[in-house]
Structures are given as structure tokens and as C-alpha cells.
Design a protein around this ligand. Structure first.
Ligand SMILES: [Ca+2]
Ligand SMILES: [Ca+2]
Length: 527
């Protein structure tokens, strides 16, 4: 265990250092670096080259929106590179190998939001799934795991993305699709990690092999890590991009994603976090492994989204043993949403048999499977409500985490028996306090006219107004205090009427921003 931990950290540190120096260019020809390029969320229309063969590949341009493809192709032509793959659902952008010169030029393009290193990610595995029992799947009337009968309820409407080393064919698994973002041409799982994770989530209840938390649930294998358990952050982004596109396209199917992959503590990948957040917004519940470095993990990409301030729907999972003690390797911290079994967990192996592994990689799929059961019983729940229900049902233990917090063990024994009323989802609601703004009648080339539009947040979560739609020509927003306005607080947006030429308007303007939709009228005349 210790040896693996050290080698993992040493490996990760090398990867981070190698990925960082964008500008530290050695003499001679600078080597290209693997990067993630995030494009703006709103892009102007540009021409798309539909003869590009990558339009036929679902892993490349096939599933992307046309305006994103057009910009990727435009940037490729302008700067002489070819992208590895693009994104266009959870986040707009692409991955590529670029020279420092190309990166510098891309950063000046108005369509480019940011460029960041494509960090190496690593599977974080080490070794009768006691966890299925201690997490309550055997006594849950919905999961009914362990009686040897295929009698779980509602799971046919649920799909779980296993974002991992792939999932091999196994008689105990119901793999419904496979996508390979590694590009190694190997259809199944040549490592074993992903097949093990898939078994904990959904091994069939049929008396053979093992049984999972959500027995027989459909597994969508999104391969992002190679035979050595190594891969790139951009492949993870592509997987969450696909998850978001599926959730948006199939509202009757309820989705869960499991990402048992690790980063060095404190790694930040903004494009990855954005893609995870938008996958949740599209309706995907996400379970992530807390990490195996034994650190406070709450400043690390993906894991940090599990914190209370990030809303809910992403659950970071720490590992305990069969006695409910937190594993020495398990990372910890206030962002941890759940504790689940992660020491000597038995599950399906990629050789068609069984294997025992340890790690927070093994803990996260217990939560992913539990989320699948909650979704089967309560299909109308949002990801935030699934998250709340699992936290409400968790069983307090007498053991404590490394930070002294009481451990709350995953427990779905009551799912399908007692319906726990979930907390209401927090929303921001805008109230318009100035329903009509009159800019008056003024002469051409007189002083500009300014008016303030006032708003109050009458919701329960912070409110941000990102802009105004329907603004007439000659009227513009010049300042706004409507950023993260607390519930009950008010804010103002200053609008300015230009007087350079004759103009007259009388129309309705609408606020833009999450969960907000305020309308007010504006009128004015420049004679
Ligand atoms: Ca059963
Ligand atoms: Ca089985």
C-alpha cells in the first residue's frame, strides 16, 4: 500500500511539473505540449467544413454542435495544428498538442477563453462484497441485492457511466455501450480497474460471482485510462461532455456517472470542473473518488465540486473498511459527501472472474450504485435531491475521519421503504423593483442619459444577473452590482442612452441569469 502510494505521488508530481511550463521554452525548437483549450460559451456562427472525415467520428466532431466544430477547424487552419478531440455539450473546446507559439496566438483569439495543461490522470486502485451489505443494498426493497433474483425495481430506466479504464465483457455485467477516448484500439478493459468499479455498481443478482449496489443496471463504459491506468484530463472532459449530451437528449433516462480517477492534491483544471458542473446541470449525478493520498482533498479538481458552496449533485467519497474505520490512504476533508467501503473490496475482474482491490476508487462506485437506486425509486429527483437523500439516509458511525468529523456511512436500506422528503432545491428568483424606466426626450448630442434598474433576490440561493436581452439600439448596460446577490438583498444595473444620433425606443428588456427571468420596459427618444 505505502509503496504504491509513493510511486503514485512521485509519478503525479513529474506529470505536473512536465505540464506546467507553457512559457519556459528551452533553446531550439520548443516541443509541443498537450493542452486543453476552452472556447467561449457563446460563439458566433462560422462555416463548417463538412468534408472533414472527423465529422463521422463520435469521439471527435460527430456529436459536437456545428458552431463549435467550425471554430475548431478555423483555429486549426489559422495556426497549423490538428486537434485530438473536441467538446461541445458540457463545455466548448478541444484538446491538442501545441507549441508555445501556437498557444500564445490562440490565447489572442476572441473565441478562446483559456488554455491549460492537459494533466495526466491515474486510476487509484489497490485491492463477498461486504460493502453491498454494509451499505444497505441487501435490505433495500428497491435494490434487493443478494437474494439471487433479478428483482430490483425501476433500474431499467437508469444508466451509469463508468468513466475509467473501460469495462470488459463479463457474465455478471450488463454493459450497454462502450466508447474509447484513449485511442488505443482496445475495446475492453486491459487494466481491470473499470471492470471492478462496474461490478460494485451493478453486478447482476443471479447467484454467480458477486452482486452490485444496483443489480443489473445498464453500464455505459467510457474509457479514458489506458492499460496502465493512465490517461489525460481531456479524455475525462470528453466523457462528461458525452454524459451531458445524453442526459439532454434522453430526459426519460436517469443518469449517474462514476469517476474513480485521481489527481495530485490541489490540481486545478477549470475546463474539467466546468464540464462536470454542466453535466450535473444536464441531469447527471456524479460520484468521484476522494483520492488515495491521505490528504485534505477539498482543493482538488472535481472533488472540490462536492463542497457545500458548489451546490449539490457531485459526491466525493472516502473509503472505510468493513468495521467502518477510515482507510489510512483515504483522502478526507469537509467536501467529503459520503464514506463507503474501499478496503479489500471483491468485484468483477477483467479476466471474467473476481478480484479484490482497495482504494477510494472502490468506495465511489458504492455511492454511484446507491444513486442509481435512488433514481430508480424517485425518477423526478434532480441530482441535488439524490445527493440530499443519500446524505439524509447515511448512517452515523462512532468512528471519525482524519479531520475529527463523525463518519456517516452510505446506507440505502430505507430507499424504496421510507421515502425521505428531500430538501427543497435552492433557487434564485428575481423581483423587478423598477418595472418601467423612462429615459425621456432629449436633443441629439446632448449629455448621455443614465437610469438605474433595481432588482431584489426573493429566492433562497445567491443570484447573479449575467446580462440583459432585448436591449434596443442606443441603450447599453454600463455597470451592474447584480453579482452573487444574497437572498433578500437588492442590486442595481445602470443603463445609458447614447445621444449621438436620432433614436426612439419603447420595448421590454429581460434579465439573463440562472433561475432568473425579470422583465421591465424602457422608453426614450433622441430628437
Ligand atoms: Ca435481487
Ligand atoms: Ca452476480
Amino acid at each position: 500500500m505505502t509503496k504504491q502510494k509513493i510511486s503514485l505521488q512521485a509519478f503525479a508530481l513529474t506529470a505536473l511539473v512536465a505540464a506546467l511550463p507553457f512559457s519556459a521554452v528551452a533553446q531550439g525548437k520548443p516541443a509541443p505540449q498537450r493542452v486543453i483549450v476552452q472556447l467561449q460559451s457563446i460563439l458566433p456562427q462560422v462555416a463548417v467544413d463538412r468534408a472533414d472525415a472527423r465529422m463521422n467520428s463520435p469521439q471527435q466532431f460527430g456529436r459536437m454542435r456545428a458552431e463549435v466544430v467550425g471554430h475548431v477547424q478555423r483555429l486549426e487552419r489559422a495556426h497549423g495544428f490538428q486537434s485530438r478531440r473536441g467538446f461541445g455539450h458540457a463545455v466548448n473546446g478541444f484538446a491538442a498538442e501545441l507549441t508555445p507559439d501556437q498557444i500564445a496566438k490562440l490565447k489572442q483569439d476572441p473565441a478562446v477563453k483559456l488554455v491549460e495543461p492537459d494533466v495526466v490522470v491515474k486510476a487509484i486502485a489497490q485491492t463477498l462484497p461486504y460493502g453491498i451489505q454494509t451499505a444497505g443494498a441487501t435490505t433495500s426493497p428497491a435494490a434487493r441485492a443478494g437474494d439471487g433474483l433479478d428483482n430490483a425495481t425501476g433500474l431499467s430506466n437508469v444508466r451509469v457511466f463508468v468513466i475509467d479504464t473501460g469495462v470488459s465483457a463479463h457474465p455478471d455485467l450488463n454493459v450497454v455501450e462502450r466508447l474509447n477516448y484513449v485511442g488505443d484500439g482496445i475495446e475492453g478493459d486491459c487494466n481491470g480497474h473499470g471492470t471492478h468499479v462496474a461490478g460494485t455498481i451493478g453486478a447482476k443478482d443471479d447467484t454467480n460471482y458477486v452482486v452490485g449496489m444496483a443489480p443489473g443496471v445498464g453500464i455505459s463504459a467510457l474509457k479514458v485510462l489506458d492499460c496502465a491506468g493512465s490517461g489525460y484530463a481531456s479524455s475525462l472532459i470528453a466523457a462528461f461532455d458525452y454524459a451531458a449530451s445524453q442526459a439532454a437528449a434522453n430526459p426519460s433516462v436517469k443518469y449517474v456517472a462514476n469517476a474513480s480517477v485521481g489527481f495530485p492534491t490541489g490540481t486545478q483544471i477549470s475546463t474539467l470542473d466546468t464540464s462536470v458542473k454542466n453535466a450535473v446541470a444536464a441531469g447527471v449525478v456524479v460520484a468521484v473518488a476522494a483520492g488515495n493520498s491521505g490528504d485534505n482533498t477539498c482543493s482538488t479538481t472535481m472533488v472540490q465540486l462536492s463542497s457545500a458552496t458548489e451546490g449539490r449533485g457531485v459526491m466525493a467519497v472516502s473509503a472505510v473498511d468493513s468495521a467502518g474505520r477510515e482507510a489510512s490512504f483515504s483522502s478526507f476533508g469537509p467536501c467529503v459527501a459520503s464514506w463507503a467501503p474501499g478496503v479489500s473490496v471483491t468485484s468483477t475482474s477483467n479476466a471474467g472472474a473476481l478480484a479484490s482491490m482497495s482504494g477510494t476508487s472502490m468506495a465511489a462506485p458504492h455511492v454511484a450504485g446507491a444513486a442509481a437506486v435512488v433514481r430508480a425509486v424517485n425518477p423526478t429527483y434532480t441530482p441535488a435531491q439524490v445527493d440530499t437523500e443519500l446524505k439524509t439516509l447515511a448512517k452515523p458511525l462512532t468512528t471519525v475521519s482524519k479531520d475529527g468529523r463523525s463518519i456517516k456511512h452510505l446506507d440505502i436500506s430505507k430507499v424504496g421503504a421510507t421515502v425521505v422528503a428531500p430538501e427543497p432545491v435552492l433557487t434564485s428568483v428575481v423581483r423587478v423593483d423598477t418595472p418601467a424606466l423612462d429615459f425621456g426626450t432629449v436633443k441629439t448630442r446632448s449629455s448621455v442619459v443614465r437610469r438605474q434598474a433595481w432588482f431584489t433576490n426573493i429566492g433562497t440561493a445567491n443570484m447573479t444577473l449575467t446580462g440583459m436581452s432585448g436591449l434596443p439600439t442606443g441603450l447599453a448596460v454600463i455597470t451592474s452590482t447584480c453579482n452573487r446577490v444574497a437572498p433578500g438583498a437588492s442590486c442595481a444595473v445602470t443603463l445609458e442612452m447614447a445621444t449621438t444620433k436620432r433614436n426612439s425606443f419603447s420595448t421590454t428588456v429581460t434579465t439573463v441569469g440562472a433561475n432568473t427571468n425579470g422583465k421591465f420596459t424602457v422608453k426614450g427618444t433622441v430628437q
